[in-house]
Design a protein. Structure first.
Length: 334
Protein backbone atom coordinates (compact mmCIF):
# COMPACT_ATOMS: atom_id res chain seq x y z
CA UNK A 1 0.00 0.00 0.00
CA UNK A 2 1.21 3.55 -0.76
CA UNK A 3 0.80 5.61 2.41
CA UNK A 4 1.22 9.35 2.92
CA UNK A 5 2.22 10.22 6.49
CA UNK A 6 1.80 13.86 7.42
CA UNK A 7 3.99 14.88 10.35
CA UNK A 8 6.08 11.76 9.78
CA UNK A 9 9.23 13.46 11.06
CA UNK A 10 7.69 13.90 14.50
CA UNK A 11 7.89 11.74 17.62
CA UNK A 12 4.97 9.39 17.01
CA UNK A 13 4.76 9.80 13.25
CA UNK A 14 8.36 8.69 12.66
CA UNK A 15 7.85 5.53 14.72
CA UNK A 16 4.73 4.71 12.70
CA UNK A 17 6.67 5.30 9.46
CA UNK A 18 9.24 2.74 10.60
CA UNK A 19 6.50 0.20 11.35
CA UNK A 20 4.81 0.82 7.99
CA UNK A 21 8.07 0.17 6.16
CA UNK A 22 8.66 -2.98 8.19
CA UNK A 23 5.20 -4.18 7.15
CA UNK A 24 6.10 -3.74 3.47
CA UNK A 25 4.28 -0.47 2.67
CA UNK A 26 5.66 2.34 0.53
CA UNK A 27 5.79 5.56 2.55
CA UNK A 28 5.91 9.23 1.65
CA UNK A 29 6.40 11.66 4.55
CA UNK A 30 5.13 15.23 4.34
CA UNK A 31 6.51 17.46 7.10
CA UNK A 32 7.41 21.14 7.29
CA UNK A 33 10.07 20.30 9.93
CA UNK A 34 8.87 23.13 12.19
CA UNK A 35 8.58 20.63 15.04
CA UNK A 36 9.85 17.43 13.40
CA UNK A 37 13.36 16.13 12.79
CA UNK A 38 14.72 15.17 9.39
CA UNK A 39 16.99 12.60 11.08
CA UNK A 40 13.97 10.78 12.52
CA UNK A 41 12.66 9.81 9.09
CA UNK A 42 13.91 6.36 7.97
CA UNK A 43 16.03 6.39 4.84
CA UNK A 44 13.62 4.03 3.04
CA UNK A 45 10.82 6.62 3.23
CA UNK A 46 10.62 9.58 0.85
CA UNK A 47 10.63 12.88 2.76
CA UNK A 48 8.90 15.86 1.19
CA UNK A 49 9.45 19.10 3.09
CA UNK A 50 6.29 21.13 2.75
CA UNK A 51 3.17 22.42 4.45
CA UNK A 52 -0.39 21.13 4.51
CA UNK A 53 -1.60 24.64 3.75
CA UNK A 54 -0.04 24.32 0.28
CA UNK A 55 -2.93 22.78 -1.65
CA UNK A 56 -1.12 22.24 -4.98
CA UNK A 57 1.62 20.27 -3.20
CA UNK A 58 -0.97 18.00 -1.57
CA UNK A 59 -2.73 17.46 -4.88
CA UNK A 60 0.53 16.55 -6.61
CA UNK A 61 1.69 14.17 -3.87
CA UNK A 62 -1.57 12.26 -3.64
CA UNK A 63 -1.82 11.76 -7.39
CA UNK A 64 1.80 11.30 -8.46
CA UNK A 65 2.48 8.71 -5.75
CA UNK A 66 -0.85 6.91 -6.22
CA UNK A 67 -1.55 7.23 -2.50
CA UNK A 68 -3.94 4.60 -1.12
CA UNK A 69 -4.25 5.91 2.45
CA UNK A 70 -3.17 8.79 4.65
CA UNK A 71 -1.98 8.83 8.25
CA UNK A 72 -2.36 12.33 9.64
CA UNK A 73 -0.09 13.35 12.53
CA UNK A 74 0.88 16.91 11.57
CA UNK A 75 -0.36 19.25 14.32
CA UNK A 76 0.63 21.48 17.17
CA UNK A 77 0.31 19.51 20.42
CA UNK A 78 1.05 21.70 23.46
CA UNK A 79 -2.18 22.21 25.40
CA UNK A 80 -0.74 25.03 27.51
CA UNK A 81 0.46 26.89 24.43
CA UNK A 82 -3.01 26.56 22.90
CA UNK A 83 -4.44 28.66 25.73
CA UNK A 84 -2.08 31.50 24.81
CA UNK A 85 -2.37 31.37 21.01
CA UNK A 86 -5.53 29.42 20.09
CA UNK A 87 -5.52 30.91 16.60
CA UNK A 88 -2.34 29.01 15.75
CA UNK A 89 -3.94 25.72 16.77
CA UNK A 90 -7.14 26.23 14.81
CA UNK A 91 -5.07 27.21 11.75
CA UNK A 92 -2.53 24.36 12.00
CA UNK A 93 -4.70 21.60 13.39
CA UNK A 94 -8.19 22.30 12.09
CA UNK A 95 -7.90 24.36 8.91
CA UNK A 96 -4.95 22.34 7.60
CA UNK A 97 -6.85 19.10 8.24
CA UNK A 98 -9.65 20.46 6.06
CA UNK A 99 -7.13 21.21 3.31
CA UNK A 100 -5.93 17.62 3.53
CA UNK A 101 -9.47 16.23 3.37
CA UNK A 102 -10.29 18.36 0.34
CA UNK A 103 -7.16 17.14 -1.44
CA UNK A 104 -7.97 13.52 -0.56
CA UNK A 105 -11.48 13.96 -1.92
CA UNK A 106 -10.16 15.42 -5.18
CA UNK A 107 -7.67 12.55 -5.56
CA UNK A 108 -10.23 9.87 -4.62
CA UNK A 109 -8.22 8.75 -1.58
CA UNK A 110 -10.78 7.53 0.93
CA UNK A 111 -8.84 6.05 3.87
CA UNK A 112 -7.46 8.11 6.74
CA UNK A 113 -5.98 7.28 10.15
CA UNK A 114 -6.18 10.39 12.32
CA UNK A 115 -4.01 11.21 15.32
CA UNK A 116 -6.59 12.48 17.80
CA UNK A 117 -6.29 13.09 21.54
CA UNK A 118 -7.68 12.38 24.98
CA UNK A 119 -7.91 16.16 25.41
CA UNK A 120 -11.31 15.90 23.72
CA UNK A 121 -12.78 14.65 26.98
CA UNK A 122 -11.71 17.60 29.15
CA UNK A 123 -12.64 16.80 32.73
CA UNK A 124 -14.28 13.43 32.07
CA UNK A 125 -17.57 12.37 33.59
CA UNK A 126 -16.07 9.02 34.62
CA UNK A 127 -12.87 7.00 34.52
CA UNK A 128 -11.70 4.99 32.77
CA UNK A 129 -13.00 6.95 29.79
CA UNK A 130 -15.03 5.10 27.16
CA UNK A 131 -15.13 6.10 23.49
CA UNK A 132 -18.78 7.17 23.65
CA UNK A 133 -18.38 9.38 26.73
CA UNK A 134 -19.23 13.08 26.31
CA UNK A 135 -16.53 15.31 24.82
CA UNK A 136 -15.99 18.78 26.25
CA UNK A 137 -12.40 20.00 25.83
CA UNK A 138 -10.94 22.37 28.41
CA UNK A 139 -8.26 23.77 26.10
CA UNK A 140 -8.04 25.02 22.53
CA UNK A 141 -5.78 22.13 21.53
CA UNK A 142 -8.49 19.60 22.38
CA UNK A 143 -11.12 21.73 20.64
CA UNK A 144 -8.99 21.95 17.49
CA UNK A 145 -8.83 18.14 17.34
CA UNK A 146 -12.53 17.71 18.16
CA UNK A 147 -13.42 19.92 15.20
CA UNK A 148 -11.39 17.62 12.96
CA UNK A 149 -13.24 14.57 14.26
CA UNK A 150 -16.52 16.30 13.51
CA UNK A 151 -15.36 17.04 9.96
CA UNK A 152 -14.33 13.40 9.53
CA UNK A 153 -17.80 12.24 10.55
CA UNK A 154 -19.41 14.49 7.93
CA UNK A 155 -16.95 13.44 5.21
CA UNK A 156 -17.73 9.83 6.10
CA UNK A 157 -21.47 10.41 5.90
CA UNK A 158 -21.47 12.48 2.73
CA UNK A 159 -18.39 11.31 0.79
CA UNK A 160 -17.87 7.78 2.11
CA UNK A 161 -14.52 8.54 3.78
CA UNK A 162 -13.30 5.54 5.74
CA UNK A 163 -11.43 6.73 8.78
CA UNK A 164 -10.05 5.81 12.17
CA UNK A 165 -9.71 8.41 14.93
CA UNK A 166 -7.21 7.24 17.54
CA UNK A 167 -7.50 9.15 20.79
CA UNK A 168 -4.13 9.10 22.51
CA UNK A 169 -3.52 9.48 26.14
CA UNK A 170 0.10 10.26 27.15
CA UNK A 171 2.58 8.90 24.61
CA UNK A 172 5.95 8.19 26.20
CA UNK A 173 9.12 6.15 25.93
CA UNK A 174 11.51 5.42 23.08
CA UNK A 175 10.88 2.98 20.24
CA UNK A 176 14.54 1.96 20.28
CA UNK A 177 17.85 3.46 21.47
CA UNK A 178 18.01 5.63 18.34
CA UNK A 179 14.42 6.85 18.09
CA UNK A 180 12.88 8.78 20.95
CA UNK A 181 11.13 11.94 22.04
CA UNK A 182 12.72 15.24 21.01
CA UNK A 183 10.39 18.24 21.05
CA UNK A 184 11.61 21.82 20.86
CA UNK A 185 10.60 23.18 23.25
CA UNK A 186 9.98 20.09 25.34
CA UNK A 187 6.75 20.26 27.33
CA UNK A 188 6.09 16.60 28.13
CA UNK A 189 6.56 15.42 31.68
CA UNK A 190 8.84 12.39 31.36
CA UNK A 191 11.52 13.96 29.13
CA UNK A 192 11.48 17.14 31.22
CA UNK A 193 12.10 15.09 34.37
CA UNK A 194 14.88 13.13 32.67
CA UNK A 195 16.57 16.37 31.62
CA UNK A 196 17.01 17.08 35.34
CA UNK A 197 18.64 13.68 35.85
CA UNK A 198 21.01 14.51 32.98
CA UNK A 199 22.01 17.75 34.69
CA UNK A 200 20.49 19.86 31.91
CA UNK A 201 17.86 21.44 34.17
CA UNK A 202 18.05 22.31 37.86
CA UNK A 203 14.68 20.89 38.84
CA UNK A 204 11.38 19.51 37.61
CA UNK A 205 8.22 21.60 37.92
CA UNK A 206 4.90 20.29 39.21
CA UNK A 207 2.06 22.42 37.88
CA UNK A 208 -0.75 22.28 40.40
CA UNK A 209 -0.83 20.44 43.72
CA UNK A 210 -4.46 21.07 44.65
CA UNK A 211 -6.26 18.80 42.21
CA UNK A 212 -8.92 16.39 43.55
CA UNK A 213 -6.49 13.44 43.30
CA UNK A 214 -4.82 11.32 46.01
CA UNK A 215 -1.65 13.46 46.13
CA UNK A 216 -3.04 16.67 44.65
CA UNK A 217 -1.24 16.41 41.29
CA UNK A 218 -2.65 15.56 37.87
CA UNK A 219 -3.18 11.89 37.04
CA UNK A 220 -2.45 10.65 33.54
CA UNK A 221 -2.49 7.41 31.56
CA UNK A 222 0.88 6.65 29.90
CA UNK A 223 1.34 4.48 26.81
CA UNK A 224 4.54 3.43 25.07
CA UNK A 225 5.04 4.99 21.63
CA UNK A 226 5.64 1.57 20.02
CA UNK A 227 2.28 0.37 21.32
CA UNK A 228 0.68 3.45 19.76
CA UNK A 229 2.37 2.64 16.47
CA UNK A 230 1.05 -0.91 16.42
CA UNK A 231 -2.49 0.41 16.92
CA UNK A 232 -2.11 2.61 13.84
CA UNK A 233 -1.16 -0.30 11.64
CA UNK A 234 -4.07 -2.35 12.94
CA UNK A 235 -6.43 0.54 12.20
CA UNK A 236 -5.03 0.92 8.69
CA UNK A 237 -5.52 -2.78 8.01
CA UNK A 238 -9.05 -2.61 9.40
CA UNK A 239 -9.98 0.24 7.06
CA UNK A 240 -8.60 -1.70 4.10
CA UNK A 241 -9.93 -5.15 4.92
CA UNK A 242 -12.72 -5.04 7.49
CA UNK A 243 -16.20 -5.78 6.17
CA UNK A 244 -17.83 -2.40 5.58
CA UNK A 245 -21.16 -3.52 6.99
CA UNK A 246 -19.43 -4.59 10.19
CA UNK A 247 -17.41 -1.42 10.89
CA UNK A 248 -19.19 1.12 8.74
CA UNK A 249 -15.78 2.42 7.74
CA UNK A 250 -15.70 4.59 10.86
CA UNK A 251 -13.45 3.53 13.73
CA UNK A 252 -12.95 5.47 16.97
CA UNK A 253 -10.65 4.11 19.67
CA UNK A 254 -9.07 5.23 22.91
CA UNK A 255 -5.41 4.29 23.30
CA UNK A 256 -4.19 4.07 26.87
CA UNK A 257 -3.26 1.66 29.61
CA UNK A 258 -6.35 1.91 31.81
CA UNK A 259 -4.10 2.87 34.71
CA UNK A 260 -3.30 6.35 35.97
CA UNK A 261 -0.17 7.78 37.56
CA UNK A 262 0.13 11.14 39.27
CA UNK A 263 2.90 13.59 38.47
CA UNK A 264 4.52 12.80 41.81
CA UNK A 265 4.41 9.07 41.04
CA UNK A 266 6.09 9.61 37.67
CA UNK A 267 8.85 11.61 39.38
CA UNK A 268 9.34 8.78 41.88
CA UNK A 269 9.65 6.19 39.08
CA UNK A 270 12.16 8.41 37.27
CA UNK A 271 14.20 8.71 40.47
CA UNK A 272 14.25 4.92 40.74
CA UNK A 273 15.25 4.41 37.10
CA UNK A 274 17.93 7.11 36.97
CA UNK A 275 19.27 6.96 40.51
CA UNK A 276 19.04 10.76 40.60
CA UNK A 277 17.32 12.80 43.32
CA UNK A 278 15.43 14.96 40.75
CA UNK A 279 14.54 18.07 42.79
CA UNK A 280 11.01 19.37 42.32
CA UNK A 281 9.43 22.79 42.70
CA UNK A 282 5.69 23.44 42.83
CA UNK A 283 3.92 25.97 40.62
CA UNK A 284 0.26 26.96 40.09
CA UNK A 285 -1.99 24.98 37.79
CA UNK A 286 -1.76 25.49 34.05
CA UNK A 287 -4.98 26.70 32.48
CA UNK A 288 -6.90 23.93 30.75
CA UNK A 289 -5.28 20.95 32.50
CA UNK A 290 -7.87 18.29 33.51
CA UNK A 291 -7.32 16.59 36.87
CA UNK A 292 -7.55 12.95 35.71
CA UNK A 293 -7.33 11.32 32.27
CA UNK A 294 -7.41 7.51 32.21
CA UNK A 295 -8.58 5.49 29.21
CA UNK A 296 -10.38 2.26 28.64
CA UNK A 297 -8.82 0.60 25.58
CA UNK A 298 -11.06 -2.46 25.79
CA UNK A 299 -12.79 -1.62 22.50
CA UNK A 300 -9.68 -1.72 20.29
CA UNK A 301 -8.47 -4.81 22.10
CA UNK A 302 -11.76 -6.56 21.40
CA UNK A 303 -12.29 -5.39 17.83
CA UNK A 304 -8.75 -5.26 16.41
CA UNK A 305 -6.83 -7.54 18.78
CA UNK A 306 -4.51 -4.77 19.96
CA UNK A 307 -2.17 -5.77 22.80
CA UNK A 308 0.37 -3.64 24.59
CA UNK A 309 3.95 -4.94 24.73
CA UNK A 310 5.08 -2.35 27.28
CA UNK A 311 2.39 -2.27 29.97
CA UNK A 312 4.21 -0.79 32.97
CA UNK A 313 5.40 2.74 33.63
CA UNK A 314 8.88 1.72 34.76
CA UNK A 315 9.61 0.01 31.43
CA UNK A 316 8.40 3.10 29.56
CA UNK A 317 10.63 5.41 31.62
CA UNK A 318 13.60 3.05 31.24
CA UNK A 319 13.32 3.16 27.45
CA UNK A 320 13.06 6.96 27.53
CA UNK A 321 16.09 7.19 29.83
CA UNK A 322 18.17 5.03 27.47
CA UNK A 323 17.34 7.39 24.60
CA UNK A 324 17.96 10.63 26.50
CA UNK A 325 21.28 9.46 27.95
CA UNK A 326 22.68 8.77 24.47
CA UNK A 327 20.87 11.69 22.77
CA UNK A 328 20.91 14.55 25.30
CA UNK A 329 20.36 17.03 22.45
CA UNK A 330 17.73 14.93 20.72
CA UNK A 331 18.47 14.41 17.03
CA UNK A 332 20.92 17.33 16.98
CA UNK A 333 24.67 16.81 17.23
CA UNK A 334 25.42 15.07 20.53
Amino acid sequence: MNVLVTGGAGYIGSVVVEELLRAGHQVVVLDNLSRGNRQAVPAQAELVVGDLAHGPLLDELLKSHAIDAVMHFAALIEAGESMKAPEQFFRNNTANALSLLEAMLAANVNRLVFSSTAALFGNPDRTPIQEDDPVHPTNAYGESKLLVERMLAWFHQIHGLRYAALRYFNAAGAANPNKGEAHQPETHLIPRILQVALGRAPHATVFGTDYPTPDGTCVRDYIHVSDLASAHLLALDALANKNRNESGGRLIYNLGSGEGFSVRQVVDVAREVTGHAIPVIESPRREGDPAVLIASSEKIQRELGWKRKYPDLKTIVESAWQWHRTHPNGYAQR
